[in-house]
Ligand binder design. Sequence first.
Ligand SMILES: [Zn+2]
Length: 317
Amino acid sequence: MAKTTLKYLKERSEKKVVGLHQTIASKALQLVEMAYNKGYYIAITQGLRTFPEQDALYAQGRTKPGKVVTNAKGGQSIHNYGFAFDFAVFDENQNPVWTGNTYNKVGALGKQLGLEWGGDWKNFKDLPHFEYTFALTLKQLQAGKRPPGSAVIGTVPNSNNYLDKGDQGTLVKGLQGKLQALEFNIGSTGIDGFFGAATEKAVKEFQKKHGLKVDGIVGTATQSKIDAEYKKLSEKPTDKTKWRLVTGTFQNAEQLANAIKRLKKDHGWLTYEKAESLDPNPTYRIMTGFFIGKDVAEKAAAELRKDYGWTVYVKEA
Ligand SMILES: [Zn+2]
C-alpha cells in the first residue's frame, strides 16, 4: 500500500488550485503543509468550479441520480469565482477519511491563515470548505467586482470545450487579449482572466458583428472566427503602397511641439513638422513617416481623430 507523503498530498493539491486566485491558491498549499506538520494528512480536492460544472453538481440528487451536495447553481458558489477550495482528509495509506475530528482541527489551522471556514457557518456546516473573498460578497462577485490584482493560477482545464461567463484562467486571458486587440471593450479591469459581464458583452458584440449566434458563449464557431479575425491583424497588408498621415493645422509652434511630443509618447511614430508657407505667419502641420497599406494608415488616422479630436488626412506618399 502506498504511503501518504507530503509530496503526494502537495502534488494532488497543486492540480486542484489551478484557476484559483493566487492568494487563495498559495494559502491552500500552505495549509496542506501546515496540517501535515501537525500529523493531519489533507489534500485540496476542489478549487475553481466553472458555471457548467456547478450546474452539473446542482443537478445531482435533483434531476440526476445521487445525493444532493450543493444548494448553489452556476454563479451562486464562491467556488465559481476562484475564491474557495475544499479539502479531504487521508489516512496514511492514501485512503480518504470522511469522519472524525481532523476536519475541525484543520478548520482551526485554516483560520490561522485568515481563511473563512465552512465549519463555522450557522445554517449549512461545510467542514471541508474554505474561502477567502477579500471581503467581497457573492453578490458583488456576481456583479463582476474583483479584488485588485486578480492573478489566477495556470490554465483552467477546459473539459467543456467552450468558455463562458464564470470561467477564468489563462484561456480566458487569451480570449480577452484577442477581443481587445480586435477593439472590443472587455471592461475596466482589462485582461484579468475573469470571464465576467464585460467579457460576455464583448463576445456578444463580436458574435453580432460576424453573424454568429449571439449567446455570449465561446464555442467552436465563435472561437475559430475570433482566431481568424485576430490572425488577420498580424498579417502583412496585401496593399504594399505607402501612405502618410498629415494633420490639420496647429495654431503655433508651441502647440505643434506639444502635439509631436504626444504622438511620440503614445505611438512612437516618426514625424516631421510641416510648415505650409514661408510667410511671417506660417501654418503648422504634422506629417508622419510611411504606413504600408492604405487600410493601416486609415486605421491610424481614425485612432487619432477619435483619441485626439484632430483633423487627419491620409495621403499617398
Ligand atoms: Zn466548498
